[in-house]
Ligand binder design. Sequence first.
Ligand code: FES
Ligand code: FES
Length: 167
Amino acid sequence: MDVRIQLHVDGEWRALTVDTRTTLLDALRDRLGVMSAKKGCDHGQCGACTVLLDGRRATTCLALAVAYDGAEITTAQGLTNGGMPHPVSQAFLDHDGFQCGYCTPGQVCSAVGMLDEVKAGQPSYVTRDLARSVELNDEEIRERMSGNLCRCGAYVNIVAAIREVAR
Ligand code: FES
Ligand code: FES
């Protein structure tokens, strides 16, 4: 069954008709030509397809597009501000937080969403003292970014980039 939906992608309303089985990732890439969200595993295991969905990080390969009619979607491409890279993107560049770059848009979106979660006081699995505000140390960063895999193994520099932005 086909359904007409609208998505607000990187600041622009886009209308499209989707089969109800279409994932948000396929709608973005194959239907709207938004290639910033990457398809890695297509099974919710690598994080390459991460975007900010209504302000929260989400893996788009696990989301059905029809369920997000009217949603606000920001990809790594849409994080630029007047042509300037987002501070998280800039930190990835400064710290060589990538090699091939395939995981990077998902890593950047995930890091932006994660920093907002920390700001909102959300604990993680490794947060020891729930009564105090979260100290974003390397253990916290690694745990909170564990849904984003990097096949090139750029983890040390990814953590360094996020640590710098967090400070
Ligand atoms: S492509 Fe979505 S988690 Fe891997
Ligand atoms: S930079 Fe190649 S997969 Fe992460």
